[in-house]
Design a protein around this ligand. Structure first.
Ligand code: ATP
Length: 215
């Protein structure tokens, strides 16, 4: 499947953000392109999570512009943007497979059982599809969140430390899946990471330092 989107998937212009009057993002300009995985490096507290939250419409910036597929964030956002959140996004009352379907339904799409099975296989969770999240390890929950985000097929994917709980080979497998998502579907993928072991899989690397983005 190749996205037919022609406009830039995501742009931020002069984005500032303050928490309690303390500014943590100082005028971010960012454009994500189709078919690209961009790695966002930066020390803890530099503003990566805040930037991802604003980029995906989870947080309204103090000032500046966000454009997703050529329009400001609006009620169709779940169809346009998929997230892998640092805190995870699994509903404890649903099994892994049900969590995948729930995310797709929120995006206004019908479940696609064959695709769900394929993704659970890809993250090595097929045998645990019917387990609830509290019966999984931290790394397994993280991989379930990766499958969940990919399952929506959204043209913009934002991932916050998606390999944090994973060992080297599983971390690399996840980064390979995210890069394939960009290259095979044309999606724009932004990955905040401390993990420099898989940077060779990124098309571009940016770094964040004290709320300022460097190319
Ligand atoms: N809800 C909040 N209220 C107040 N300050 C916050 C809040 N969230 C983040 N901050 C502050 O904003 C700054 C940027 O935080 P952010 O979480 O975006 O950084 P990060 O680069 O993602 O860090 P990490 O790699 O540790 O996740 C930090 O100084 C942090 O303490």
């Amino acid at each position: 499947m190749r996205t037919s989107v022609q406009t830039e998937p995501l742009t931020l212009r002069r984005v500032h953000h303050a928490y309690n009057n303390v500014e943590v993002l100082h005028g971010i300009d960012l454009t994500l392109n189709n078919n690209e995985l961009v790695a966002l490096l930066g020390p803890s507290g530099s503003g990566k999570t805040t930037l991802l939250a604003i980029a995906g419409g989870l947080l309204r910036p103090t000032s500046g512009e966000v454009s997703i597929l050529g329009a400001p964030p609006a009620r169709d956002i779940a169809r346009k943007v998929a997230y892998i959140l640092q805190a995870g996004s699994l509903i404890p009352y649903l099994t892994v497979a049900e969590n995948l379907h729930a995310r797709r339904i929120v995006a206004g799409l019908k479940p696609d059982r064959a695709r769900a099975a394929e993704l659970l296989e890809a993250v090595d969770l097929a045998p645990k599809a019917d387990r609830h999240p509290d019966k999984l390890s931290g790394g397994e929950r993280q991989r379930a969140c990766v499958a969940q985000a990919l399952y929506t097929g959204a043209p913009v994917l934002l991932a916050d430390e998606p390999t944090a709980s994973l060992d080297r080979s599983r971390g690399r497998a996840v980064m390979t899946l995210l890069a394939a998502h960009a290259h095979d579907t044309g999606a724009a993928v932004l990955v905040a990471t401390h993990d420099e072991r898989s940077l060779d899989l990124a098309d571009q690397t940016l770094s964040m330092e004290d709320g300022v983005l460097h190319g």
